[in-house]
Design a protein around this ligand. Sequence first.
Ligand code: ARG
Length: 461
Amino acid sequence: MSKKAWEGRFKEKNDPLFEKMNRSLDFDIRLFKEDILLNKVYSKELKRIGIISEEELELIINGLDKIEKEIEEKGISLFTSDIEDIHMGIEDLLSKRIGDIAKKMHTGKSRNDQVATDVRLYLLKEINNIKAILKDFISCFIDIAENNIVVPMPGYTHLRQAQPVLFSHYLMSFVWPFLRDYQRLSDSVKRVSIMPLGSAALAGSAFPLDRENLRKDLGFLDISQNSMDAVSSRDFILEFLSIISLLCINLSRYAEDFILYSSEHFNFFELSDKVTTGSSIMPNKKNPDSLELTRGKSGRIVGSLMSLLTVTKSLPSTYNKDLQEDKEPLFDAIDTIKDLLNVNIILLKNLKINKENMLKSIDSFSFATELADFLALKGVPFREAHHITGKIVSDCIESKKRLTDLKKEDLISYCEKFKDLDDNWHSIEKILQKREIKGGTGINSVKEQIKMAKSILKDLC
Ligand code: ARG
């Protein structure tokens, strides 16, 4: 058993139940690389200000390098059960390896500025990892859209058929929100990349550390301007969880569509066996579990945001142990979002598209707007044109006809302006051609849209 750093002030030992509750090592062990880097950089600064000698620095750095390898290999088993957290753990291992010199390493710093610095470093690394996966995920939509530019499908509002659109346009409708998620992640970096180290417990270190040196060596963009804010604020984690929650809301919407569209009722695409499951009783089933878990785990990530919002609300100034509760929701959200994005990359890369079914499913009534628009172009006020077309639709439904079954004479009986209507008025090509407006579902517009998205994606940083 190791001695606790703060034992001098205490007469009794911690109750084992409390010790277990107080221990964060089981989850903050994942900060070990950041903590070791911080200790190395910090020890260099301690040497510069004369707290440790050149030889002591060498011993510390070599010792920390060895400990890093040991933790990589052996993990949590290296630490005794009384170790509170990764910061105490690394110092304890170092003391066991190089003796009392290790105890100089904590001069002028506190776990309060240390943990805030470690988490920021860790999050910066993970934001980059998530961005790389998100970029690949976005590319999948663009690739499918590019390979299927001219495939018409029914477009829906209120989950009722509305107007035909291009499947490529539909796919691109997911690219833009995910690009915004990416940009939000990039933008948050300038607020995450702020170094608290040097703030010590709350009042700022009493030692003449050069925080600029520390910042450069740790790779932060900036240093914190107020020690009390630096040790207590977790809004950088909240911002990250908010961004990931928004990403999840977007993911859950895509997942819901794909669950529906791959069902037997729509049958627009088939999901690969790689990302689906069968039923233990019904041999016919192929269930879209990967998409359902995407939808479900999105709830879990929004839950992480709610959890940390609730933990941090109304906390008194500076560090409080409540803040130890920031790590599990953060780590869980990071792991979950990476898995979700990676699984959906596999799903999209193996998606089988049933072009014929999409085309066949377009309901003739989804052409009704074309008739109303035609009358409006002929000078009929749109509201009246809408009313006339509505009556045509209603009569068709009653007589069990499709809108496209009507002859020109039938239409003229509702409004004589239909006499100039092109016989081909309901050709999908024509309908799409009319929507070459920027951002519309016309073939050329979609091609332009894809070009634009690809150039944005290429320049993303
Ligand atoms: N394990 C702690 C955390 O994650 C480190 C900071 C402890 N600070 C303290 N004053 N007890 O928040």
